[in-house]
Design a protein around this ligand. Structure first.
Ligand code: CTP
Length: 212
């Protein structure tokens, strides 16, 4: 058994941005608050915490190795290259699922825009980690508007996770979160609505129990 202070964490947070010209992008409402709170909770027990974050308005917690990224592709490279050296990886980032097929080199002029933006899928960072995983504890999030628990359970299996944190989309940009943990034991652990700092502690506690 590793001592708590020796556990190495990799946490992701925030949205990604997918550009279609030098100044315009598609993104989502993620504030990064949940991921930053998780990094802070991890830092309270270990000094080996890396935070890979998309653009947010937040200040990274003190003592955390901070890796800023912008796009899903950059986040994928930052995470995949660090994964082998950690014990716990928690993907709280709201990675854009799609990106524009082309990024124009100069600002698209109103008059020359067709009105159609062609998109292609971004890499599924977490699913790839699930394939590469050895002894790491791998945790994902599922933000859903409908059928939260059944969708989350499907992602748990498809992405090779140890457990998944299911929350409804009202948590986006909020100070609190109401989550359920779904693991392989079949039983759903539902938490009451709590500040994100408390949810973060519960996630870290559960992940740490699974470290081999
Ligand atoms: N995720 C990821 N890479 C992506 C998309 C999502 O690593 N390109 C991660 C998220 O960080 C989260 C988990 O996968 O931990 C679930 O994300 P979600 O968007 O809910 O699931 P999707 O795989 O996008 O599935 P769907 O669009 O069917 O809901």
């Amino acid at each position: 058994m590793k001592s708590l202070a020796d556990i190495r964490f990799l946490i992701t947070a925030g949205p990604t941005r997918e550009f279609f010209d030098p100044i315009r992008y598609i993104s989502n409402r993620s504030s990064g608050k949940m991921g930053y709170a998780i990094a802070e909770a991890a830092r309270a027990i270990s000094s080996a915490v890396m935070l890979v974050s998309g653009p947010t308005a937040l200040t990274p917690p003190k003592g955390v190795e901070f890796v800023p990224v912008t796009t899903a592709q950059e986040m994928a490279e930052a995470v995949w290259s660090r994964f082998e050296a950690v014990d716990v990886c928690i993907m709280a980032a709201a990675v854009c699922d799609f990106r524009p097929k082309k990024t124009a080199a100069s600002k698209i002029k109103k008059g020359s825009f067709s009105g159609v933006l062609e998109l292609e899928p971004t890499p599924d960072i977490l699913a790839e980690l699930g394939r590469r995983k050895k002894s790491q504890v791998l945790v994902g999030f599922a933000a859903e508007t409908d059928d939260l628990e059944s969708n989350a359970r499907e992602k748990l299996v498809r992405k090779g996770l140890d457990f998944i944190v299911a929350n409804d989309t009202s948590a986006f940009d909020a100070e609190t979160n109401r989550v359920a943990f779904i693991g392989h034991e079949g039983k759903v652990e539902r938490l009451t609505e709590l500040p994100k700092s408390e949810v973060a502690k519960a996630i870290i506690e559960r992940a740490v129990r699974l470290v081999r």
